[in-house]
Design a protein around this ligand. Structure first.
Ligand code: DX5
Ligand code: ZN
Length: 229
């Protein structure tokens, strides 16, 4: 990928004004939609009907991050609801390869997420089945948490593995991504950045998206992993 992508997380937006909040981040590459079931994570957010409505209300493609149990059963419904990318957690999927293939067959990008304690190495062979890998940089469940620096080596290892296989696999980071952490993520190998509080907590969310993208692009331009891109 040539340019970094910034995906504002609507978890930090006003849920009563989602269409307006989507418009407030004009210029964002994707809208990141956090689906939580109060079982996989200790928080409850939204489900299929709201994703359907949001998909109708905005032209920005939806990046649905499913923090739910039994992902095999529910994930395909989010493609039908209008999500252009669907991320399931490997910890919640019984058959990740079959699920990724099903998401792709239905016409969306397939992505797999790893919680902080889940190592990346065991999943190397699954990479060709995926369009994006999400490395969580906080424990999933809530916005506004502090970035976990200890995830930087995992981002580096994931980027090395992607390079080794010569894949066009996007590497997303989610959790605590802000002006003070985005450059470290980009330098380590991330190219898709989710930001909730750093965007919706800003005076001008669209400006915050632009500033984050500039910072990430600057860090990527000197990062060894991105040389030649
Ligand atoms: C956390 C969610 C994130 C959250 C990030 O479990 O997956 O997408 O919205 O929020 P910030 O950017 O505030 O850490
Ligand atoms: Zn998320």
């Amino acid at each position: 990928m040539d340019a970094p992508q910034i995906n504002p997380s609507i978890l930090s937006a006003d849920f009563a004004r989602l269409a307006d909040e989507a418009r407030a981040v004009q210029g964002a590459d994707w809208l990141h939609v956090d689906v939580m079931d109060n079982h996989f994570v200790p928080n409850l957010t939204l489900g299929v009907p709201i994703v359907e409505s949001l998909a109708r209300a905005t032209d920005t493609p939806l990046d649905c991050h499913l923090m739910i149990e039994d992902a095999d059963r529910w994930a395909p419904q989010y493609v039908e609801a209008g999500a252009s990318s669907v991320t399931f957690h490997v910890e919640a999927a019984a058959a990740p390869v079959r699920l990724a293939r099903e998401i792709r067959a239905k016409g969306a990008r397939a992505a797999m997420a790893l919680k902080p304690a889940t190592p990346v190495e065991p999943y190397e062979d699954l990479f060709p089945e995926l369009d994006m890998l999400l490395i969580m940089t906080v424990e999933p469940g809530f916005g506004g948490q502090a970035f976990l620096d200890i995830m930087l080596p995992k981002i580096r290892r994931a980027r090395q593995l992607i390079g080794k296989h010569g894949l066009d696999l996007w590497l997303q980071v989610d959790g605590g991504v802000s002006a003070s952490t985005i450059e470290r993520c980009a330098e380590a190998g991330a190219d898709v950045f989710v930001a909730g509080s750093a965007v919706y907590g800003a005076q001008d969310p669209a400006d915050a998206v632009r500033a984050l993208r500039d910072q990430a692009a600057g860090a990527m331009s000197t990062a060894s992993w991105a040389c030649g891109h």
